[in-house]
Design a protein. Structure first.
Length: 121
């Protein structure tokens, strides 16, 4: 049996990461959850190959964009998640290389479709 695809997720809310891990596990993915930018940096330094990343922008400052650019440069497709997604946020995310921007609350099936699409292609 092959290795499961690994999803990297940034979210300050650890409970959200736990719930996401349970859901993704049932769908055949492994989750590497991080709750701050320093943890994200350490995860990106590891040799693990991430299939896709999810960056929840809630509670993070402008430094999160540096990490988005790093993901893009390293060829890791990523989605941005936010409470409010206006035209400016959408443009900013797409300019930084995001494969999409999702608004909270998430529709879990929509998220899964996007994860599959980005990780496979």
């Amino acid at each position: 049996m092959g290795e499961r695809p690994v999803v990297l997720a940034l979210d300050q809310n650890r409970r959200n990461l736990e719930l996401l891990a349970q859901f993704l596990d049932r769908e055949g993915y492994e989750l590497r959850g991080v709750s701050d930018l320093e943890e994200l940096d350490r995860a990106l330094e590891q040799p693990c190959q991430f299939s896709v990343a999810l960056l929840d922008l809630t509670g993070f400052d402008e430094r999160v964009w540096e990490r988005a650019e790093r993901l893009h440069e390293e060829g890791v497709p990523f989605l941005l998640i936010s409470r409010r997604v206006g035209a400016k946020g959408l443009q900013e995310g797409l300019t930084r290389g995001a494969g999409g921007v999702l608004q909270k609350p998430l529709r879990i099936q929509e998220l899964l479709i996007l994860i599959r699409s980005l990780s496979e292609g």
